[in-house]
Design a protein around this ligand. Structure first.
Ligand code: ASP
Length: 296
């Protein structure tokens, strides 16, 4: 992915937003089918990919973990080769890191990674970039503070990569054992990105933050419930926290939130997470249009 790719997606996503507002959608993908393969739970990613494809005029088939042949022990590559026969675009969510990369070796049609374990979540990162641009008006000269489970939270890994095309500073606020993986830190360093790690969301960090990107402690990635409970509730953002930041600061979260952001934040202009969620559909429309060559 290049900076130019990011900007192309954002430009097409803006057009998709206008298209939906004016006409609800179009029919460039009439008679096309997308396979939405979700082998791990999802609300927003699955339904926004689904809605995005439908709004471009296509139809969607859905494969879910509990009701598919993966339950019978079928390999991922066989499942993907199968759905490839019936569809034009493939979307895959999988609990294992590297699953999308593996599947891509076996299929020839466009395959979109909708989240692979604790690895990456590229379409989320693109919709986050779209949101930051829409909320702040620019992507350069910003301080982004990522808070929560930065080790297992895949969205922050992908977001850091895309932000590194711009002049940004990154704060990583996490318990020491859930800090940003060294591989990401090294990569950011090699791109000249200034990074700062902290266990506390201090007033000083809040005061310089333009985007407060809050994440959930990823319960499903812990070895035991006991281990998870050690970290649950470690950072809670409420209205009083937000008020300590700049008025222009935006609070984002890939959702679902499970107690990290109190509901008293929801009515503040700083709360961008519901707009972020809506942007998911426009951005995924853009991604689909670009991979199918129908963006123009
Ligand atoms: N929905 C996001 C993801 O699939 C964030 C999360 O689950 O915490 O990674």
């Amino acid at each position: 992915f290049t900076k130019q790719n990011v900007e192309e997606v954002l430009a097409v996503a803006s057009r998709m937003k206008e298209l939906v507002a004016k006409r609800g959608g179009c029919d460039v993908l009439n008679h096309r089918i997308m396979a939405n393969v979700f082998l791990e739970p999802s609300t927003r990613t699955a339904s926004s990919f689904n809605a995005a494809f439908c709004r471009l005029g296509g139809k969607v088939i859905t494969i879910q973990e509990g009701t598919s042949s993966t339950k019978k022990g079928e390999t991922l590559q066989d499942t993907m080769r199968c759905v490839e026969c019936y569809s034009d675009v493939l979307v895959l969510r999988h609990p294992e890191t590297g699953a999308a990369k593996l599947a891509a070796k076996y299929v020839k049609k466009p395959l979109i990674n909708a989240g692979d374990g604790a690895g990456e979540h590229p379409s989320q990162a693109l919709l986050d970039m779209f949101t930051i641009f829409n909320e702040l008006g620019h992507l350069d000269d910003i301080v982004v503070t990522m808070v929560g489970d930065l080790k297992y939270g895949r969205t922050v890994h992908s977001l850091a990569h895309l932000l590194s095309f711009y002049n940004v500073r990154l704060n990583y606020v996490a318990p020491a054992s859930l800090q940003m993986p060294e591989s990401v830190v090294q990569d950011m360093e090699s791109r000249g990105i200034k990074q700062h790690k902290s266990e506390q969301l201090t007033d000083a960090i809040l005061a310089e933050t333009d985007v407060l990107y809050v994440t959930r402690i990823q319960q499903e990635r812990f070895a035991s419930q006991e281990e998870y409970l050690k970290y649950k509730g470690v950072y809670v953002i409420d209205k009083a926290t937000v008020m300590k930041g700049k008025e222009s600061m935006r609070v984002m979260h890939p959702l679902p939130r499970v107690g990290e952001i109190m509901e008293d934040v929801d009515e503040l202009p700083q709360a961008a997470f519901f707009r972020e969620m809506e942007n998911g559909m426009y951005t995924r429309m853009a991604i689909i249009a670009l991979v199918t060559g129908t963006a123009n």
